[in-house]
Design a protein around this ligand. Structure first.
Ligand code: MN
Length: 390
C-alpha cells in the first residue's frame, strides 16, 4: 500500500459553510491560488445546487486552475448531480462528490427512507455522476454512526457503480480514534485496491485530527481538511496540523503528503484576512504564539540549542521571523539575539538600558512586542544618547 496521503481541501466548501466564513467568488479565487501554491491534491470549491455563488466559484476555480482536481458537492439526487456536473463543465480534472446519510438516526428522522432506498439512491447518483466524469467520490454521511455491516454494503455497491473514492465521515465529531481506526481499517480491507478510503472529521470533541491520524494509520489515503480547521460547528480537521504531524513524526507515521509546508502560515493569514476571524493565539502551527518561547528559561535553552524547546522550525511552515513575539518573561539573552538579527550590535551597557525600557513596556502588555516595536525602543535609546552627547 502506498504511503502517499492525499490532501482534499474543503476550506471553500465545508469551511465556507460555517458562520462568519462566507466568501465571495473573487475571495474564493484568491484563496484557491494559495491552496494551489500549497499543493493540495483536490480542492472542493463549492456545493453548486446550494447557491449561484457556489456554482460560479466551482466554474471559476475550474477555469483558472486547470491543473487542479476540482470537486463539487452534490446530494445523491439527479438535480444536484446534474448541477455539479454543469459547474464542472470547463474543468480539466473534475470530481463529483455525492453524498447521502447512511446512519439509522438520519434515515429515520431526516430522510425518512429505508436502508434499501438509500442504497439504491446512492448507487443511482454515482452511476449518473459517472456519466459526466470519471472521478466520482461518494460520502456516507454520518458514516461513523452507521451500522458497519450496512456501511460496508453501501461502500461496495457505490464502488461497483463506479466511485473511486469512498469517504466515511465522522459528520458530528462523535467518534474516538481507536474506534474510528477500526471502522476505517474494515472499510479499507473491504474495498481493497478498488477505491481510496477517505476521512472527513469534525472537531466537536477536539478529536478531528487524532481521528484522521488513526484513520491514516488504518489505511485511509485521503484526508479532508481545512485551513485553520474552519468548518461546521467546531470545525474540520486542520490541514496544517495533519500535514505537520506526518512531516514531523515519520518514525511514528511513515506517510507523506504533497504539501509545500512553507506556504502554511501565509495560507492561514490569507484566510483570516478574508473571513472575519483568525485562529486562536495558541493554535498549533499557525497561531500567533505557536512559536513564541516567552519564558526566559525556555528562551535561554532555545537560544543555546533550538531543539531543546522547538520541534518544528517556524521557517518550515513560513512564519516570518518578525512574528516571533518577545514578552516580559523574555531574558536579556533573547533580546540581545533579536537585536543582532535586526542588525544592531549592542554593548553591555546599551543592552542593559534597552532591557530596562523593554521590560517597562512589556510589563504593561498582554501581547508581547513585535520586531517593529523593539526597533522603536532601540532608536529611542540611540536618540537619547545623541541628546546627551549633543
Ligand atoms: Mn463536514
Amino acid at each position: 500500500m502506498s504511503d502517499r496521503v492525499y490532501i482534499f481541501d474543503t476550506t471553500l466548501r465545508d469551511g465556507e459553510q460555517s458562520p462568519g466564513c462566507s466568501m465571495t467568488v473573487p475571495e474564493k479565487l484568491r484563496m484557491a491560488r494559495k491552496l494551489a501554491d500549497l499543493g493540495v491534491d483536490i480542492l472542493e470549491a463549492g456545493f453548486p445546487i446550494a447557491s449561484e455563488g457556489d456554482f460560479e466559484a466551482v466554474d471559476a476555480v475550474s477555469r483558472e486552475f486547470p491543473w487542479l482536481h476540482v470537486a463539487a458537492l452534490a446530494r445523491a439526487c439527479t438535480l444536484d448531480v446534474e448541477r455539479a456536473a454543469e459547474s464542472l463543465r470547463r474543468a480539466k480534472r473534475p470530481r463529483i462528490h455525492t453524498f447521502i446519510a447512511t446512519s439509522d438516526i438520519h434515515l429515520k428522522f431526516k430522510l425518512k427512507k429505508s436502508r434499501q432506498q438509500v442504497l439504491d439512491e446512492a448507487v443511482a447518483a454515482v452511476e449518473l455522476a459517472r456519466q459526466h466524469v470519471d472521478d466520482v467520490e461518494f460520502s456516507a454521511e454520518d458514516g461513523s454512526r452507521t451500522d458497519p455491516d450496512y456501511l460496508e454494503q453501501v461502500a461496495k455497491a457505490v464502488v461497483a457503480a463506479g466511485a473511486r473514492t469512498v469517504n466515511i465521515p465522522d459528520t458530528v465529531g462523535y467518534s474516538v480514534p481507536e474506534e474510528y481506526g477500526v471502522l476505517i481499517g474494515r472499510m479499507v480491507r473491504a474495498l481493497g485496491d478498488c477505491a481510496t478510503v477517505s476521512v472527513h472529521c469534525h472537531d466537536d470533541m477536539g478529536l478531528a485530527v487524532p481521528n484522521s491520524i488513526a484513520a491514516v494509520k488504518a489505511g485511509a489515503r485521503q484526508v479532508e481538511c481545512t485551513i485553520n480547521g474552519i468548518g461546521e460547528r467546531a470545525g474540520n480537521t486542520s490541514l496544517e496540523e495533519i500535514v505537520m504531524i506526518l512531516k514531523t513524526r515519520p518514525d511514528a507515521y511513515p506517510f507523506h503528503t504533497g504539501i509545500q509546508t512553507e506556504h502554511l502560515y501565509s495560507a492561514s493569514e490569507m484566510l483570516s484576512s478574508i473571513i472575519t476571524f483568525g485562529p486562536q493565539p495558541n493554535k498549533a502551527i499557525v497561531g500567533r504564539n505557536a512559536f513564541a518561547h516567552e519564558a526566559g528559561i525556555h528562551q535561554d535553552g532555545y537560544l543555546k540549542e533550538k531543539s531543546t524547546y522547538e520541534i518544528i522550525d517556524p521557517r518550515s511552515v513560513g512564519v516570518p521571523e518578525g512574528k516571533l513575539v518577545l514578552g516580559k518573561h523574555s531574558g536579556r539573552h533573547a533580546l540581545l539575539k533579536r537585536c543582532q538579527e535586526l542588525g544592531f550590535h549592542l554593548d553591555r551597557q546599551e543592552l542593559d538600558e534597552l532591557y530596562h525600557r523593554f521590560v517597562a513596556v512589556a510589563d504593561h502588555r498582554k501581547k508581547g512586542l513585535m520586531d517593529e516595536e523593539i526597533l522603536a525602543l532601540i532608536h529611542e535609546g540611540q536618540s537619547a544618547q545623541h541628546a546627551v552627547a549633543d
